[in-house]
Every structure is written in structure tokens, then in C-alpha cells.
Design a protein around this ligand. Structure first.
Ligand code: PLP
Length: 381
């Protein structure tokens, strides 16, 4: 039997490393699960909904109260003016990106993506038949070369994609960078996809600025985000897209076709989280993760895996040049064998890594597990 287009979609490196980690009985710092406890309010909200009979299909836009509450939260946090009609609830940020990209982009359209990138973005675009043009950004700042970006734009370019804060680089876009992107997007009539999944994982004195708060991007940005990380419910599959009403309407039909709706009782669970969790919840998540970042960065530098103190998200791209192996894949596997700590080889985030030898550590782990990982790194390296 022939396998068609899907042969182009491969297992993600993250899943492969997780599999290897299980075989080695290692500490999994590869997968980007958030290791917080699920807030009581969120669990209770889902339990109540299950018992109260909210077990059926819901609207293909998501339940209205949740759409409205997402708009309220984003307006409060980022001083925006979003309405319920601008919000689509989908099966995770992954579904939100897929459904909106499907209605905005056509096969052969070009999309500009910055390296290092989040693999699912690239796989989603490829699954839609889009052509990707990559621009490399380099450690430690991962600055954008706007001249290069301008040069890459062709009549076929339809969108630019950013991940802010970035998985895997930890870059947090400045207002100036977003405004420059806004000028470019307006000049060439493009869409800016902005994945803001880690908006609350922000460290030191860094400010997070949503693409939707930039005037020139208000009509042309699609923000995707979700609850997987901030409420630690990656398996619930509830996320959202925020953009103009007509895109939301069209994307709701794709949502309906592919997913029907995100799980109804779980939408009620995150709704209660939005309604009941105080601002302090979000601040504490950032404080906790900042401590974890500091712990891991210190250890990595002590053992000679050079790492920078990132500003957002919860990943560190560390230099593993000193580990044996010809490729970052071999090096990451050797690191796992040597220390029992699994990471994702840098190759997963680059089209062309040049002479960088990076691997990605996820530090959203319980403190005890993170301590154990740090001890192993110190003992074996
Ligand atoms: C940048 C980014 N976007 C989206 C996702 C997936 O989000 P969801 O679970 O809501 O589909 C991840 C998960 O690692 C991510 O890192």
C-alpha cells in the first residue's frame, strides 16, 4: 500500500529522545512538559463539568464563556481590546495554529521562519504544502537580521512566523523588533503568526509584549497560545487563536472538520482557572521557573556545557561540543548514556546548524528531579 504525503511528516526528535530516555531509565529533560501541579481550580472546574453533564460536543468556536474569558484575560494582561469574536478555542495551540494556517495559507505559499524553530511549526507548514524560507539567528541574543529578512521576501511570501518567547532559544522579542516586523508585514501585506505559548514564563526585568499590542500588527497578527504549560495540562488539548473575526469564522469550520471541538469538560476546567486564579499564580510560576533556570545554567557552565541565562520560556540550548560524537544527535545520545539525562539534539531546531553544537534542556521539572539531573551532570562530566 502506498503512503502519500504523510511520509514527509516524521516522528519528532522530542518523541524519539523521550523513547530513548525511557529505555535508559533516564531523566527526561527532552520533552517540554511543564512539571507544575495542576491548579486545584482547574481540576475542580473539569470535575464539576463532567458531573454536571457537560460531556457533549461544544461549539466549533469553543464554549462562549471560555472565549470571552480568554479575551478578558488577554485584555487585562496586555491592555488589548479583544472581543469574544476574535477568539477560537482549539485542540491546543497546535490545533489553533493548524486551523488558522489552513485558512490563511495555500500550498506553495512561502513562510519565513527563524532558526532555531519549534519543530511542530515547520511540520505543520510542510503538511499544508507551504514552502519555508529559514533565517538563522545566533546565540546568545538570537537577534534578527532585518536586512536579510527583507531580502528573503518574494511575491510568494505570505507570512512570517515567530515564537515569542522562543522555544527553544528563550528569546523574548522587544517592542522595537515587533514594531519593525509590523512595518514589514504591513508593507508586504503579510500575516504574522506569533506563538505566545510561554507568555508567562518571563525572567529578570524582561517585559513580554504581545504582537497584538503593536498597532501595525493588530489587523495582521494571529496569536496562538494555550493552557498546556501554564496550567500544566498538556494532555487536555485546550488552546486558542486570537485574530480578526473573519479568520476566526473560517478557522472554526476547519476546527469543526478536524476536531469537532476541544474536549468540552476540559474547556470548563481551564475556564475556572481563568476566572479564579489570582495574578499571583502567574507571577509565582515565573519566579519558580527563574530559580530552576538559574540552577541549571550554573550547573551547565560548571561542567563545561556553555549556556546562557535565557529571558523566557523554559529551555536552555547548551553547547555540547565537548561530548563525543560527529553530530548533535550522536552527542545528545552519548550525553544520555553518560549521565542519564535526555535532551533534544540541536538538529531538531535548525534547517542548517552550521558549526553550532547545541542540545536543548527543558528545566520545567520538579526541584528534586532537577537537582538529581544537576548532580548527575556534575558527577559524570
Ligand atoms: C512554542 C510551542 N507552541 C505550542 C506548543 C504545543 O502546545 P499545545 O499543547 O497547546 O498544542 C508547544 C509545546 O511544546 C510549544 O513549545
Amino acid at each position: 500500500m502506498n503512503i502519500g504525503q504523510t511520509t514527509k511528516i516524521e516522528q519528532s526528535e522530542i518523541r524519539s529522545m523521550t523513547h530513548l530516555c525511557d529505555m535508559e531509565n533516564g531523566i527526561n529533560m527532552a520533552q517540554g512538559l511543564c512539571d507544575l501541579d495542576v491548579p486545584h481550580e482547574v481540576l475542580q472546574g473539569a470535575q464539576d463539568a463532567l458531573r454536571e453533564g457537560e460531556n457533549f460536543y461544544s461549539s466549533s468556536y469553543g464554549i462562549p464563556e471560555l472565549r470571552s474569558e480568554i479575551a478578558t484575560k488577554q485584555n487585562t494582561f496586555h491592555k488589548l481590546n479583544i472581543k469574544q469574536e476574535n477568539v477560537l478555542v482549539s485542540t491546543g495551540a497546535t490545533g489553533a495554529f493548524y486551523t488558522t494556517a489552513k485558512v490563511i495559507l495555500a500550498p506553495e505559499d512561502e513562510v519565513i521562519v527563524f532558526e532555531p524553530y519549534y519543530g511542530y511549526h515547520v511540520s505543520t507548514l510542510l503538511s499544508l504544502g507551504c514552502k519555508i524560507k529559514f533565517i538563522a539567528t545566533s546565540p546568545p541574543e538570537y537577534n534578527i537580521n532585518f536586512n536579510k529578512l527583507n531580502d528573503l521576501i518574494s511575491p510568494h511570501t505570505k507570512a512570517i512566523l515567530i515564537c515569542n518567547p522562543s522555544n527553544p532559544s528563550g528569546k523574548v522579542y522587544t517592542k522595537k523588533e515587533l514594531e519593525t516586523l509590523g512595518q514589514i508585514v504591513t508593507q508586504y501585506n503579510l500575516t504574522l503568526f506569533s506563538d505566545e505559548m510561554y507568555e508567562h514564563f518571563i525572567y529578570d526585568d524582561t517585559s513580554f509584549i504581545s504582537a497584538l499590542s503593536i498597532e501595525s500588527l493588530q489587523e495582521s497578527a494571529v496569536v496562538v497560545s494555550g493552557f498546556s504549560k501554564i496550567y500544566s495540562v498538556t494532555g487536555w488539548r485546550v488552546g486558542y487563536a486570537i485574530t480578526s473575526k473573519h479568520v476566526i469564522e473560517a478557522a472554526s469550520h476547519v476546527n469543526d472538520l478536524i476536531y469537532l471541538c476541544p474536549p468540552t469538560p476540559l474547556q470548563y476546567g481551564v475556564l475556572q482557572g481563568l476566572k479564579k486564579l489570582p495574578l499571583a499564580y502567574y507571577k509565582n510560576v515565573a519566579i519558580d521557573h527563574q530559580q530552576k533556570r538559574d540552577k541549571l545554567v550554573k550547573t551547565l557552565n560548571e561542567v563545561g556545557l556553555k549556556a546562557n541565562s535565557i529571558k523566557g520560556a523554559y529551555y536552555i540550548l547548551a553547547d555540547i561540543s565537548k561530548i563525543k560524537g560527529d553530530t548533535t544527535e550522536e552527542k545528545a545520545i552519548n550525553l544520555l548514556k553518560l549521565t542519564g539525562v535526555a535532551t533534544v539534539p540541536g538538529k531538531a531546531f535548525y534547517n542548517n546548524m552550521g558549526d553550532l553544537h547545541l542540545t536543548r534542556f527543558c528545566f520545567s521539572k520538579k526541584h528534586e528531579e532537577l537537582d538529581e539531573a544537576c548532580q548527575r551532570l556534575k558527577k559524570f562530566l
